[in-house]
Design a protein around this ligand. Structure first.
Ligand SMILES: *Cc1c(COP(=O)(O)O)cnc(C)c1O
Length: 456
């Protein structure tokens, strides 16, 4: 059998490489060698009864070479039902944002130029008008992401070791094991923790201000919830206190729902939380992510009053975390989409969040019927629950519909793995030992990709 193994050159010269014959020679050679080596190992261990035909070996080498030399970031179908899946790039962009990138980013843009005077100006200023119309802020500054926005704001306002008062109930660890308190301290600010894990009272903040602190920061719990014997001070109470004492109030809102848009959470008092609410309550700076409920590109937005934002904009850290033109083009278009339709109908993530259960069920039934026709595939339409994800709206689930799939002779884990390796990779959940395709997060054309992948 070993004598039947082809020479590497036989694989390399094979016509089946097609378009991939122009992949780097070293990559094709390495892939071909690895395929032949794997077969040799299998023969020697006795686990193979015959050497696969040459075209099969070439197919394997081609797949592996494509994987090595092809693009590493590819379009993926999100069948998980998690709308803002951080590992899958969070919010899909609105059509308007894509148009802005496509029509403008291939050329030049007035990123930092005032076209009326021809003079240099700020890349942030351009977004202020749009943002202030939608959320009523005086000014806006954009950083690379919300964590960077927190770091930037505190560097500028408290970087010299000033005290920042924060509740012990709000010391959040965000994804990737990064902790907001650590990010806040990295700015040079000194955290003045108040309250207990489950209960923080207004008098705790008062005592901190009495002791000389001048900055209060409220941090949204975003990815966890507290139930039972709890107490949290609302942004309005903090706004009133800080204004009375002449202290600065910052609100890291994380998810960033603008106004009464879909997806807003309820605060301690049961009222919806939003950027506008925090601004109205007197927060001088509200910080939120661009790619969570806002539905835009990765960005950290600081919206607030001009005097505070001027300080932030002029701080050297601003230059370290400033966004590029792709981000700003997409962000402006995202805000225009909210302005044109405050229900979020122009934003894919907001649309997914508010999708009607009957429509989801109809989609699941149509997909289920197509999958059930495939040989060796069993498909059952089942009720399920989606989640907003992205570290927002903890504990909130959305009733949804999906298709539970089993493939003859394959475990759920192997089926899920095969789907991830499909030409258009599908990422799905496993529930009750079956692969579950939640239709809520499928975009146009995704159902076809699921059918194609399972049929393959
Ligand atoms: C998500 C989140 C962040 C981090 O935002 P990124 O844009 O991912 O950097 C910070 N604070 C809160 C409260 C969050 O929810």
């Amino acid at each position: 059998m070993l004598r039947g193994l082809p020479a590497i050159d036989k694989l390399l010269d094979h016509p089946d490489w097609g378009d991939d014959a122009h992949l780097p020679h070293s990559v094709r050679r390495e892939a071909s060698r690895a395929v032949v080596d794997a077969v040799r190992t299998a023969v020697l261990s006795g686990s193979l009864s015959e050497v696969p035909p040459l075209d099969e070996l070439v197919r394997r080498a081609r797949t592996s070479a494509q994987r090595t030399a092809g693009p590493k970031l590819v379009r993926v179908v999100n069948a998980t039902g998690v709308i803002l899946h951080t590992n899958l790039g969070r919010a899909p962009l609105a059509a308007g944002a894509l148009d802005a990138i496509r029509t403008i980013a291939g050329g030049y843009t007035n990123l930092e130029m005032d076209l009326w005077s021809g003079k240099r100006d700020s890349r942030h200023g351009r977004l202020t008008d749009t943002f202030s119309r939608v959320i009523g802020c005086e000014e806006v500054v954009v950083a690379n992401n919300c964590a960077a926005a927190v770091f930037l704001a505190l560097s500028a306002l408290a970087g010299g070791g000033a005290q920042v008062v924060v509740s012990r109930g709000e010391l959040v660890e965000i994804g990737g094991s990064f902790r907001m308190p650590a990010i806040m301290e990295a700015s040079g600010a000194k955290l003045h923790e108040v309250g207990a894990t489950n209960r923080t009272h207004l008098r705790d903040y008062e005592a901190a201000l009495d002791a000389g602190a001048r900055i209060v920061m409220k941090v949204h719990r975003s990815n966890f919830a507290q139930v039972g014997f709890t107490k949290e001070v609302s942004i309005e109470e903090l706004g009133a206190l800080c204004s009375e004492r002449g202290a600065l109030l910052l609100h890291d809102l994380g998810m960033g729902v603008l106004d009464k848009a879909p997806g807003s959470t309820r605060g301690a008092d049961g009222a919806s939380e939003s950027v506008r609410r925090s601004l109205d309550a007197g927060a001088q700076a509200v910080l939120f992510s661009g790619d969570k409920m806002l539905g835009g590109p990765q960005a950290g937005i600081i919206a607030g009053s001009s005097d505070v934002l001027t300080k932030i904009r002029k701080h050297p850290v601003m230059r370290l975390v400033r966004p590029g033109k792709l981000c700003l083009l997409a962000l402006e278009a995202t805000m225009r989409a909210w302005e044109m339709d405050p229900t979020g109908a122009l934003l894919p993530a907001a649309r997914m969040l508010s999708r009607d259960e009957d429509a989801l069920r109809a989609d699941a039934e149509s997909l289920g019927a197509r999958l059930a026709r495939l040989h060796g595939v069993t498909a059952e339409v089942v009720p399920t629950a989606s989640t907003p994800g992205g570290g927002s709206l903890p504990g909130m689930t959305l009733p949804s519909w999906g298709v539970a799939v089993t493939v003859e002779g394959l475990s759920a884990t192997s089926t899920a793995a095969a789907l991830r390796e499909a030409e258009a990779p599908i990422v799905a959940r496993i529930e009750d030992d079956r692969v579950l395709i939640d239709v809520r997060t499928l975009l146009a054309g995704d159902a076809d990709a699921v059918v194609q992948a399972l049929s393959a």
